[in-house]
Design a protein around this ligand. Structure first.
Ligand SMILES: NC(=O)c1ccc[n+]([C@@H]2O[C@H](COP(=O)([O-])OP(=O)(O)OC[C@H]3O[C@@H](n4cnc5c(N)ncnc54)[C@H](O)[C@@H]3O)[C@@H](O)[C@H]2O)c1
Length: 417
């Protein structure tokens, strides 16, 4: 088996963490039990480019239990948990190519290593694997039943490829499933981003003025949790409906230029580029902190920050770099501008990844039974219903059922006032 991980001696700790996460992933466990018996993925080669966390390890175990011959690489150079990759290799026999802090060259070498495995199913978190596949191995696209995409930014990239008629394989927009974005992006990113900021800085959030850029699924999650911590939250947006929603949820909404001089901490979650840039850095207070939890490290214009700085001190604390500007003020960049919840903390809690990864596993099984044209597809509704019902059951929550009278009422148009 081929692999490239930091240190196999970390296996025991990684295995403990994977098993701990598994305790909180009952839906995926149920799927794994069935996969073990039925082997729906028997002999199928798979490559997955995901954040290598304890939760991802449980997805990988599930796919392997279903018979898949799987390899993994990281979807971000800073999100790998080295103990987890060691355990995946040594304890679970799954080839992993990922090392936390790997440089860009190694990051892409690892993606190539996964594509050389000749997958017939791929998974992505940000579309880097599919993008390299199209650019450098276009002939391999034909053999792929489908690819799964885990995050908003990846789905946007893939839809852009499809619109340009460049997409050569079918892709399932797993991010767009309600069992994914409604829970993972909101509650997962909400909690883990706060966790990442606290672990990186150890600051008290109560009383701080915190700007959240982007009031989408992730932004809403983080804003609500920061408010719960006692922070004064300001939202910046470009979409009038989202901005209105933020205002009616009780947040101050203003342009970034107005927020820049008054905030203590800025967090970007937009999926867009240069949301924090030169004119904003120049207006910030001494000691302002900037962090990103959107997919790529382009939301904070780091080259502009570097250009403005007269002195840079890396690692004033783990995951904190200090930039001293010509005006004498200091700006602290957290987690090198990469997803702070994965760079400084452990990513989303297992319970929420249970749903996202159950969706991934079931869509993989579904895709292998289809013959699909290239395009971006939604997750089938019965997969979503199955996962929600099973999750509720594992939470001990019961709900009502429609009565025959209600079913009839909801399907008729004749009954009025
Ligand atoms: N950190 C994580 O673990 C994690 C998890 C899920 C998604 N993500 C990533 O987070 C990002 C946001 O995802 P989402 O699901 O919330 O997307 P979304 O589309 O629901 O929300 C993004 C919001 O940002 C706004 N926006 C765009 N440009 C802006 C700008 N210049 N200033 C202010 N607001 C702007 C949009 O109007 C939109 O409301 C994506 O990159 C996604 O891939 C990260």
């Amino acid at each position: 088996m081929q692999y490239d991980v930091k240190d196999l001696a970390l296996t025991a700790e990684g295995k403990r963490r994977i098993e701990w996460a598994d305790n909180d992933m009952p839906v995926l466990r149920e799927i794994r039990k069935r996969f073990e018996k039925e082997k729906p993925l028997a002999g199928k080669k798979m490559a997955a480019c995901l954040h290598i966390t304890a939760e991802t390890a449980n997805l990988a175990r599930t796919l392997k239990a279903g018979g898949a011959d799987l390899v993994l690489c990281a979807s971000n150079p800073l999100s790998t948990q080295d103990d987890v990759s060691a355990a995946l290799v040594e304890a679970y026999g799954i080839g992993v190519f990922a090392i936390k802090g790997e440089d860009n060259k190694t990051y892409y070498e690892h993606i190539h290593a996964c594509l050389k495995h000749d997958p017939v199913i791929t998974m992505d978190d940000g579309a880097d694997l599919v993008s390299v596949l199209h650019k450098e191995y276009p002939e391999k696209c034909k053999q792929i039943f489908a690819s799964m995409e885990e995050t908003t930014t990846g789905v946007i990239r893939l839809r852009a490829m499809h619109n340009d008629k460049a997409l050569k394989l079918p892709v399932f927009a797993v991010n767009d499933a309600t069992t994914k974005h409604l829970f993972d992006n909101r509650y997962g990113t909400g909690q883990s981003t706060v966790d990442g900021i606290i672990r990186a800085t150890d600051i008290l959030l109560a009383g701080k003025t915190i700007v959240i850029a982007g009031y989408g699924w992730c932004g809403r999650g983080v804003a609500t949790r920061m408010k719960g911590q006692g922070a004064n939250v300001i939202i910046t947006e470009v979409d009038p409906i989202k901005a209105l929603e933020a205002a009616m949820d009780g947040f101050r909404v203003m342009p970034m230029a107005e927020a820049a001089p008054i905030a203590d901490l800025f967090i970007t979650l937009t999926g867009n580029t240069s949301v924090l840039r030169k004119e904003h850095f120049e207006a910030m207070k001494d000691g302002a902190m900037v962090a990103n939890s959107g997919h790529f490290n382009v939301e904070i214009d780091i080259p502009a920050l570097e250009k403005l700085s007269v002195k840079t001190t890396k690692g004033v604390r783990q995951f904190v770099d200090e930039y001293k500007l010509a005006n004498g003020r200091r700006i602290f960049l957290l987690g090198e501008g990469r997803l702070i919840n994965l760079a400084a903390a452990e990513g989303h809690p297992a319970s929420v990844m249970d749903m996202s990864f159950a969706t991934q596993a079931l869509v993989t099984e579904y895709a292998l039974k289809q013959k699909l044209e290239p395009g971006v597809y939604n997750v089938p509704k019965d997969v979503e219903d199955y996962i929600s019902a099973l999750k509720l059951k594992t939470m001990g929550v019961e709900i009502d059922e429609l009565t025959p009278e209600q079913i009839e009422y909801l399907s008729s148009w004749e009954v009025g006032t």
